[in-house]
Design a protein around this ligand. Structure first.
Ligand SMILES: [Zn+2]
Length: 376
């Protein structure tokens, strides 16, 4: 991980580099910041910089033997520990190393992800992960040896707040008096939940929110947005890369939903049955979770358009496109049909829930709507 791959955080990067120049690398540090602050990426980039054989003023070289291994997260002196739990595939004795290839893949793909994303990726999303006693024992075994290739040996512990007390107790002494040339980098989003005994033995590095200019630059590179949209998204993200991505994705999904809703209503109103069936076929491709979300979105649209038709005030529209659509469409949602339309959407959602045939559910819905929309 190069520093330049991380959005913003220029001041912190400079400070970290300075600790290397001044040879005052603290043996236990906590990178504390929100999940979208880049705290994990910064800890990895810091370790890479310390080991780089051809350090530049502001970053690792990215080409030396050490950097190449770091880029793939396979350097023999770089170790990771993170919360895990049992999965369908691994039903007992799980530890961080059980999932090391999944970890490497997720981090190298994009080093900003949430705890939930990690659990989902492992297939343990209904359980909480933790750092257990076995991992604490492995940390002790790994850290007593001298570094293999670099001058230092690193243990990056992601989410130390998920460490069980038995595990933490085993590590106290090691973190307080670590063997020479070992560095513990803890990466936390909530230091309040870290055991005090561990926390008090580490140096706190606060990772602040990403500055607006860097966020805007990152977003305009990543997405095809107008300058105005980029600014709004930057403001809403509050310096959190993950939050920005989440808001963007939700917005993009809603745009797709609106498009689908518009098609469905247009075909229904025109009684264009062939197109309705084609539309239903397209909807099947969405997958059940998305289909349910779409149907809830439809209910929300129906409700908003009904309110608009009644000329009631205080409607909050998510987007201008929705508003534009509603100006024409709202006249078709009246007290005569709103309840039946709502129930038709509800019924479709519950049929989806009970694994009904999706194509039949959506074509049936479109045909019902064709009838109901004309009752306005
Ligand atoms: Zn290098």
């Amino acid at each position: 991980m190069l520093f330049k791959e991380i959005t913003g955080q220029y001041e912190l990067k400079r400070q970290l580099i300075q600790t290397v120049i001044d040879k005052r690398i603290s043996h236990a540090q906590i990178f504390f910041g929100s999940e979208g602050s880049g705290n994990l990426a910064l800890a990895i980039a810091y370790a890479q910089y310390i080991c780089c054989q051809n350090k530049q003023d502001d970053d690792s070289c990215g080409h030396c033997k050490s950097c190449i291994k770091f880029q793939k997260l396979v350097h023999p002196d770089l170790h990771f520990v993170f919360p895990v739990n049992t999965t369908n595939k691994f039903k007992k004795d799980v530890k961080s190393d059980t999932f090391i290839s999944e970890w490497r893949k997720l981090v190298t793909d994009f080093p900003y992800f949430s705890e939930q994303t990690w659990y989902k990726y492992l297939g343990i999303e209904n359980k909480q992960g933790n750092i257990n006693k076995v991992d604490a024992e492995i940390i002790m075994q790994k850290m007593i040896f001298k570094p293999f290739e670099a001058d230092y040996k690193f243990m990056i512990i992601w989410l130390p707040e998920r460490m069980l007390i038995v595990a933490a107790n085993k590590l106290l002494k090691l973190i307080e008096e670590p063997p020479a040339n070992t560095v513990f980098l803890l990466v936390s989003k909530n230091t309040d939940q870290i055991l005090k005994t561990i926390f008090s033995r580490t140096q706190l590095i606060r990772v602040p929110p990403v500055d607006e200019q860097s966020m805007e630059k990152m977003l305009s590179k990543k997405y095809d947005l107008s300058p105005n949209e980029t600014q709004v998204l930057t403001r809403l993200s509050a310096g959190d890369v993950l939050k920005a991505i989440k808001i963007h994705d939700r917005h993009a999904t809603e745009q797709d939903f609106l498009e689908n809703f518009t098609f469905m209503m247009r075909f229904a109103y025109g009684k264009r049955y062939v197109e309705m069936l084609e539309w239903a076929e397209e909807m099947v491709k969405l997958g059940r979770e998305q289909q349910k979300s779409f149907l809830y979105f439809c209910q929300q649209m129906i409700r908003e358009n009904f309110i608009m038709n009644l000329q009631m005030q205080n409607i909050v529209y998510s987007t201008d496109k929705e508003k534009e659509f509603s100006q024409k469409f709202s006249q078709f949602i009246t007290p005569k049909n709103i309840e039946s339309i709502y129930s038709a959407l509800n019924l479709a959602a519950s049929h989806i829930e009970y694994n009904g045939n999706q194509k039949i559910i959506f074509s049936d819905l479109a045909i019902k709507l064709a009838h109901l929309i004309r009752k306005a």
